[in-house]
Design a binder for this molecule. Sequence first.
Ligand code: DXP
Ligand SMILES: NCC(=O)COP(=O)(O)O
Length: 237
Amino acid sequence: MTKLSVNVNKIATLRNARGGNVPNLLKVAADIERFGAHGITIHPRPDERHIRYQDARDLKDIVTTEFNIEGNPNPKFIDLVLKIKPDQVTLVPDAEDAITSNAGWDTLKHRSFLKEVIAEFKNAGIRTSIFVDPDPNLVAGAKETGTDRIELYTESYATGYATDRERAILPFVEAAKKANELELGINAGHDLSLDNIQYFGQNIPSLLEVSIGHALICESIYLGLENVVNMYINKLK
Ligand SMILES: CC(=O)[C@@H](O)[C@H](O)COP(=O)(O)O
Ligand SMILES: NCC(=O)COP(=O)(O)O
C-alpha cells in the first residue's frame, strides 16, 4: 500500500495569518496521525512564511509516524535536518522567491553537489529522496547521487489530468519504470488531490509514498464547511 504523508504547510500558513497559535500546528499534526495518516511532511522555506524552523524542531517530539522534511539544501537547512534527524529528507531545488516548488532537480548538472549532500544525510541515518521531473535520464542521474528514493514532481500530471489523463500519466510510467530498474524507491507529490490520486496510484504500482498538502487542506475545508456552518446556526438559535 502507498503511504500517505500529509504536508502541514497550509496549517502553518493559516496560523501565521493571525499571529497567534490557531490552528495549533502540533495538535493538528498529532490528530492527522490519529486519523490514520502514515506520515507528516513539512517544507520550511528560508523566509519561514509557513513552517518555522522552530516548528520543525517541535514536530520532531510530536510525530510518531514518518517525519519527512523537504527543502533546498542550503547550509541552514542542512544544519536543521542533521540536528532533527527526521526519518526522511527530500531535496527540492526551489528558488527563495518561488510561490511554491516549480521544478525538480537537474540531477546531471548538480550530481556532485547532490552526491555530497546525500552522503551527509545518509551518514546521519536519514533516508533521502530527490525531487525530480518525470524524465528517465534525470531518474538515472538521481541514482548516481546515491539517494534512496526519488520524489516525482506531479504538477504536470495534476494539470493534464482533467483534459487527458492517459497522456498525463505516460511520462510518470516511464520514469517509474526506470526507477524500478535501478532499484530506486518512488515517492510522488505536488498538486495531488482526491480527484487525481487514485488513477496515479493505479498506474504507478510501485509507488511507496505520496505527500499531499494544498489540495488535502482545501478539500478538508470544503468537506467540513456544511457541518460547521450548521453548528454555528444551532448555537445562534
Ligand atoms: C516539494 C513540493 O512539491 C511542494 O509541494 C511543497 O512541499 C509545497 O510547498 P508549499 O506549501 O510552500 O507550496
Ligand atoms: N512533496 C509535495 C508535498 O509535500 C505537498 O505538495 P502539495 O500537495 O501541497 O502540492
